[in-house]
Design a protein around this ligand. Structure first.
Ligand SMILES: Cc1cc2nc3c(=O)[nH]c(=O)nc-3n(C[C@H](O)[C@H](O)[C@H](O)COP(=O)(O)OP(=O)(O)OC[C@H]3O[C@@H](n4cnc5c(N)ncnc54)[C@H](O)[C@@H]3O)c2cc1C
Length: 431
């Protein structure tokens, strides 16, 4: 048994960790270890990839590339391949993954199982929109091939299916053409939510990536709107992306009211002065925290939560303002606070998170009961606004909140593998 936690480091519990090294051994390993849950890079914040006291199947050994057609941009690989390795392989060849989350240190299997989104949702939708085929192995040894046009119901259950329909061993992904590794980027400061919403709608047609940092301690909703498009640049050298380690877990969280006020004020002012257009390499633009190794340690021994909601656009302005008021009044929150609008595309997954609307994501140091009470207040705002919480980030939502936000649960349960079980599935589905 080995102690394992997820990205939020809320606790570290013993797991029977089984490393998968070859797709051939997967059916036997699943039969022998069930019940359990697949575990990729553990970049989910809560308990979606955890199974305390039980089995997890680590998939990062399933890391082989199978084929890349450089004419059509179709890539086939095993599900433990990490997105960074794909980007490093394909970007020099003029291709890119169409959708990646804010870190490229996640596996293909994890990206499918949470149907992740990126800064370009309004143009490219979710990761699952670009997957053409997947192979799944169930804990009874059955193998299923599916895709949007082959057994589409199995596909829709598995995309965003949080590992509960079986273990994905292989995926075929349609890449997109890209002119190179550079982006033209622009930072535009805004002073309130109304300005954010108008910047957002004015950017959607011209900019394929957009995301905003929002100051969660300022009551007015000020922030920085960042947008970017890939561009062709020939005379620039790739910057040396030196990694900065966070070597220790500090005895207390480095994120507290004093550091938060000071950081947010300085961050806003510095970026306001440096606002405008520039050229940025795709890695710092798309994955700004990846160079700070183990940055999640800065929250100290009790770890942290991330709260990510989406609410429909019609109720989004009011609901976001109400959440920001609650957060500012609570004195909690952190400098990692992100606001973005999703596009109109409805994802294929029965339990996929994105929907047309506005998504707010914030990290919160774990302050025990104080944090949980704040999240309950945020839940009621989200629920009344007709929204939902992202499963990849969640560690505490109630079953009622889950059922209110995800209307396709009953349909999804038809595809559940009874040998797949996680801390989240027991909390939200009862087993
Ligand atoms: C800094 C940071 C930024 C992030 N930004 C974003 C963002 O912008 N957008 C976004 O959508 N998410 C974002 N995330 C969340 C992250 O993209 C997801 O949690 C992702 O699913 C993690 O992948 P993983 O390989 O670490 O999977 P894990 O966290 O290990 O597992 C996630 C889920 O996938 C399942 N799973 C893993 N592998 C398989 C497999 N082979 N077969 C079946 N199921 C499997 C697990 O059982 C679990 O349910 C971010 C996370 C971090 C740390």
């Amino acid at each position: 048994m080995v102690k394992i936690s997820s990205w939020g480091r809320l606790d570290s519990t013993e797991h029977d960790v089984r490393f998968l090294k070859s797709t051939l051994e997967v059916p036997g390993a699943l039969r022998a270890g069930a019940p359990g849950i697949p575990y990729g890079m553990g970049r989910s914040y809560g308990d979606v990839c955890l199974n305390p006291g039980g089995t997890i199947w680590r998939t990062t050994g399933l890391d082989h590339f199978i084929s890349l057609d450089e004419n059509s941009g179709v890539l086939t690989c095993e599900a433990g391949v990490v997105l960074r390795d794909i980007q490093h392989l394909v970007i020099p060849r003029g291709w890119s993954l169409p959708v990646t989350p804010g870190t490229q240190l996640v596996t293909v299997g994890g990206a499918i199982a949470n149907d992740v989104h990126g800064k370009n949702h309004h143009v490219y939708g979710t990761f699952g929109d670009h997957v053409r085929r997947i192979k799944i192995v169930r804990t009874d040894g059955t193998e299923i091939d599916c895709g949007p046009d082959l057994q589409p119901d199995w596909f829709a259950a598995t995309v965003g299916g949080i590992g509960l329909t079986g273990l994905i061993t292989e995926a075929q992904i349609q890449l997109r053409r890209i002119p190179g590794p550079w982006f033209e980027t622009e930072t535009v400061p805004f002073s309130n939510l109304d300005e954010f919403f108008s910047l957002s709608s004015e950017s959607d047609a011209e900019w394929e990536n957009s995301v905003s940092w929002i100051d969660c301690v300022a009551s007015d909703g000020r922030g920085l709107f960042m947008r970017g498009n890939p561009v062709s640049v020939t005379d620039r050298k790739q910057p040396h992306g030196r990694s900065i380690p966070m070597p220790l877990v500090p005895p207390i969280s480095l994120v507290n009211q004093v550091s938060l006020h000071a950081f947010n004020a300085a961050y806003f002012q510095i970026n306001r002065r440096n606002s405008g257009k520039k050229l940025t390499h795709y890695e710092p633009f798309l994955y700004p925290l990846d160079n700070i190794v183990d940055w999640n340690r800065m929250y100290g021994p009790h770890g942290f939560y991330q709260y990510q909601s989406v609410v429909p656009i019609e109720t989004g302005r009011e609901a976001t303002a109400a959440m920001m008021r609650e957060i500012a009044a609570s004195g909690q929150g952190s400098f990692l606070a992100v606001l973005k609008t999703f596009g109109q595309r409805i994802p294929k997954g029965m339990l996929s998170f994105p929907r047309p609307g506005v998504t707010l994501a914030l990290d919160f140091p774990n302050l025990g009961d104080r944090s949980l009470k704040l999240f309950d207040r945020l839940d009621s705002i989200v629920r009344n606004a007709g929204g939902r919480i992202y499963l990849a980030k969640d560690a505490r939502m109630s079953r009622g909140m889950f059922e209110a936000g995800y209307p396709r649960i009953e349909e999804f349960l038809n595809f559940r593998d009874p040998g797949m079980s996680s801390a989240m599935s027991r909390r939200l589905l009862g087993n």
